[in-house]
Design a protein around this ligand. Structure first.
Ligand SMILES: *Cc1c(COP(=O)(O)O)cnc(C)c1O
Length: 394
């Protein structure tokens, strides 16, 4: 067998373009969108065999259909996971990955600074079901070590975290999870499958929002959970099939097409972000720049170790909310939006929008200052973006 017969042996760019493709008997070049909810069977025996599992074909689009199947296979290939399950949004992925197996009395540890809705799940929803939750400073390994208890069953992290771009040492926390037999779930959304491979660093489960860099063009919501065959087939799928956070086949198709250009888009995203981070650092109106690709980032060495590049997200502090608002309102190209990972550069003031559900004192303690803005660097010419930023800062 040639190496090329096995898609697992392909380079990442080949996997992005061709992984998981199921070509129909019409021989279409691009992946087809199967916008069907159900399936028909040639005879009653076939229907029976689909339902009892003897025949592996499709049954219903709440479970799977060929377009969803292609996206699952392609995403699994990219991260070297045994299986993937696609869902309607990134939050559906985060929620299903935990809810499919957590029980009252279990203990979960997460890093303190999380995407607003992830924070809501761990601090508001899980405690209602008698799940114990401990939040730690994700960058502090001593806190991680102390947080484990006899009933610790889950660890959930984001790295880099939203919005302060703090990192968790994935390999070190992965080792602690192994020692304590806890399931390690990594939200890899900020890094994307191009910049970070959590399974190689010890993750058990990886979640994505395909809404972000994977679509990358602001069109469709989507999400995915990746993991072992045992976890996905036996634990997640029964939960997913019966609770119904199914992804629309149209959205799955948009994400599939997005993956084809993800590698080259990420290269441009990162190149632009790098140039902008340096320009911000050299600007006297900027109090502080936080970017994992800058040597001034407190965890720069860790970023170098576990990420291929600093990514497209930058946080910077302008000293006060007034200064931040004046800057945002003066931008001519960059749009004000809470979304990220888009081809269009987008700016957010986390303290008053995405993270406004956190009390002001708590925001301060987490490093989400009033003067902080979060920039999702897009694909425009970096010269134009830097000119826009420098003019607005002046
Ligand atoms: C956007 C995002 C999510 C949620 O994804 P949706 O597709 O918007 O539901 C979860 N975690 C992080 C880190 C995110 O940036």
């Amino acid at each position: 067998m040639s190496k090329l017969d096995d898609p697992k042996q392909w380079q990442q760019s080949t996997k992005l373009v061709r992984g998981g493709t199921l070509r129909s008997n019409f021989g279409e070049t691009s992946e087809a969108i199967f916008l069907n909810s159900g399936f028909v069977y040639d005879n009653a025996e076939t229907a029976m065999s689909r339902f009892n599992g003897d025949n592996p074909g499709y049954v219903y689009s709440r479970y799977l259909n060929p377009t969803l199947d292609m996206l699952e296979k392609r995403l699994a290939l990219l991260d070297g996971a045994e299986r993937a399950c696609v869902v309607a949004s990134g939050m559906a992925a985060v929620f299903a990955s935990i809810m499919c197996c957590i029980k009252p009395g279990d203990h979960l540890i997460a890093n303190k600074v999380l995407f607003g809705s992830c924070f809501y799940i761990v601090t508001q929803i899980l405690p209602r079901f008698n799940v114990e939750v401990t939040l730690v400073d994700g960058g502090n390994l001593d806190e991680w070590k102390k947080a484990f208890k006899d009933n610790t069953k889950f660890v959930f992290i984001e790295s880099p975290s939203n919005p302060i771009l703090g990192l968790v040492d994935i390999e070190a926390v992965g080792k602690l999870c192994k020692q304590h037999d806890a399931m390690f779930i990594v939200d890899n959304i900020f890094a994307s499958p191009i910049l970070q491979h959590p399974f190689e660093l010890g993750a058990d489960v990886v979640v994505y929002s395909t809404t972000k860099h994977i679509d990358g063009q602001g069109r469709c919501l989507g999400g995915a959970v990746l993991g072992s065959a045992e976890y996905i087939d036996e634990v997640l799928l029964p939960f997913h099939r019966h609770s119904g956070p199914a992804l629309s086949p149209f959205n799955a198709w948009v994400a599939l097409k997005g993956l084809e250009t993800l590698d080259i888009r990420m290269q441009r995203h990162c190149e632009n972000a790098d140039a902008i981070a340096h320009a911000l650092e050299a600007n006297s109106n900027v109090v502080r720049v936080i970017y994992p690709g800058l040597p001034s980032h407190p965890q720069y060495n860790l970023a170098q170790k576990q990420m291929k590049h600093g990514g497209n997200m930058i946080a910077f502090d302008l000293g006060s909310q007034d200064a931040a608002f004046n800057f945002m309102n003066a931008l001519q190209i960059i749009d004000i939006s809470n979304n990220l990972g888009d081809s269009k550069s987008l700016i957010t003031h986390p303290a008053t929008t995405t993270h406004s559900n956190i009390e002001p004192e708590e925001q301060q303690a987490l490093g989400i200052t009033k003067g902080m803005v979060r920039l999702s660097v897009g694909l425009e010419a970096k010269e134009d973006l830097i000119a826009d930023i420098e003019t607005a800062l002046g």
